[in-house]
Design a protein around this ligand. Structure first.
Ligand SMILES: Cc1cc2nc3c(=O)[nH]c(=O)nc-3n(C[C@H](O)[C@H](O)[C@H](O)COP(=O)(O)O)c2cc1C
Length: 208
């Protein structure tokens, strides 16, 4: 059995473009492997709290010195990291918000990027501890020009950030699927893009 962890971050429901991409990817993964266990978190429905002072103290305190307050303050981080470590594939869907990631996704990131759990460091530098996994990003942009040498590429603190962050925790196998121009394309233009993306997802994720 393989396992998929799916993290959605758009607060939008059925009309969400990033969730549409993630749904298409998930369908293909289920076609590939019928025996797949799926753990799903919609961050707009199950809000992740920002980390507190006690959470930070807990992150840097050896477990043997934990007080009950520190146990409580790091419990959610423990659970979210367990979900990451149990997954073979991590699928993250997100819209670009103000050139970066939505705050709900940032709150999840702040809980799972944790010293000695998902990364370590010593005098020679940092090492990711989340090894042997694949990550798939399902990203939507309202405007066009963020990718490649586009006009807005210098304002893209979204996709390069997510890719760098996943690599930082040790995930090197990363696939990105994206829709651009969701706020400016008309219905026909958007349908064309969605159709092309569905084909791209099938071609790149299909197992022969
Ligand atoms: C608060 C907010 C901030 C946004 N910021 C950007 C932005 O910086 N750049 C951009 O291209 N689109 C921006 N958008 C547009 C969304 O990224 C775009 O509509 C996206 O496709 C929405 O994805 P969803 O349908 O999955 O929610 C923003 C939308 C909202 C609501």
């Amino acid at each position: 059995m393989s396992s998929l962890l799916r993290i959605d971050s758009s607060p939008r429901g059925a009309g969400s473009h990033s969730k549409f991409i993630a749904d298409t990817i998930q369908k293909q993964l289920v076609i590939n492997t019928a025996d797949i266990k799926i753990c799903q978190r919609d961050l707009s429905l199950q809000e992740i709290p920002s980390i507190s002072q006690a959470t930070i103290t807990g992150f840097f305190t050896p477990k043997e010195n934990f007080t009950s307050e520190l146990v409580k303050a790091t419990l959610l981080s423990d659970q979210l990291i367990k979900e990451v470590k149990s997954a073979d594939t991590i699928l993250i869907s997100a819209p670009i918000y103000n050139f970066g990631v939505p705050s709900s996704l940032k709150a999840w990131i702040d809980q799972i990027v944790r010293v000695s759990e998902t990364f370590s460091f010593n005098e020679t530098g940092f090492s990711g501890l989340v090894r042997g996994k694949k990550a798939i990003l399902a990203l939507s942009y309202g405007a066009q020009g963020y990718v490649g040498n586009g006009d807005l590429s210098s304002m893209n603190f979204f996709e390069p950030y997510l890719v760098a962050l996943l690599k930082f925790i040790g995930i090197e196998d990363i696939a990105v699927f994206r829709l651009e121009g969701t706020s400016i394309l008309d219905e026909e233009g958007l349908s064309k893009q969605k159709y092309a993306l569905q084909t791209q997802i099938k071609n790149s994720l299909e197992v022969n």
